[in-house]
Design a protein around this ligand. Structure first.
Ligand SMILES: Nc1nc2c([nH]c(=O)n2[C@@H]2O[C@H](COP(=O)(O)OP(=O)(O)OP(=O)(O)O)[C@@H](O)[C@H]2O)c(=O)[nH]1
Ligand SMILES: [Mg+2]
Length: 131
């Protein structure tokens, strides 16, 4: 199976994180996600994430840093998630494509219905908050 490279943004404000609900007709539909999308040919992860976050949640990134890389194999798809922590941005995020969104507190992340690959992302966030 071909691996899809995805840029994912963990947008943080204080102890909260911006998440969106995936549309029912998408891969892993109905689950919550950190916004992001596929890295296109010739793009860096940072460029891809900046493009995706503008398209999906209407912000532009000012400061980001690598958080974790997660390789995961679903039954129907193989993904490599390059996850960046986004601590400063311009604009106020919202579900620009009509998707549900919320600011989730760090203490709620473990209980939220994310795709399986996100378990490692949530653990990395919790490790940040613990340090
Ligand atoms: N954006 C995002 N994708 C994730 C997360 N976790 C996870 O397994 N994925 C998977 O990464 C893949 C690509 O993400 P995507 O569907 O957002 O890609 P995209 O924005 O380019 O949209 P498209 O599918 O309409 O072209 C999907 O298979 C999705 O299930 C996550 O937290 N955020
Ligand atoms: Mg997307």
């Amino acid at each position: 199976m071909k691996q899809v490279h995805v840029a994912v943004g963990v947008v943080r404000r204080g102890s909260t994180f911006f998440i969106c609900k995936r549309a029912d007709d998408q891969h892993q539909g109905g689950k919550w996600e950190f916004p992001g999308g596929k890295v296109e040919l010739g793009e860096t992860v940072e460029q891809a994430l900046n493009r995706e976050l503008y398209e999906e949640i209407d912000i532009s990134i000012k400061v980001s840093s690598p958080l974790i890389e997660v390789a995961h194999e679903y039954t129907d798809k193989r993904v490599l998630l390059s996850v960046l922590l986004v601590d400063e941005f311009n604009g106020e995020p919202f579900g620009k494509e009509g998707q549900m969104h919320r600011w989730a507190d760090v203490s709620d992340l473990k209980e939220i219905d994310f795709p399986d690959a996100n378990i490692a992302i949530v653990d990395a966030i919790l490790a940040l908050s613990a340090s």
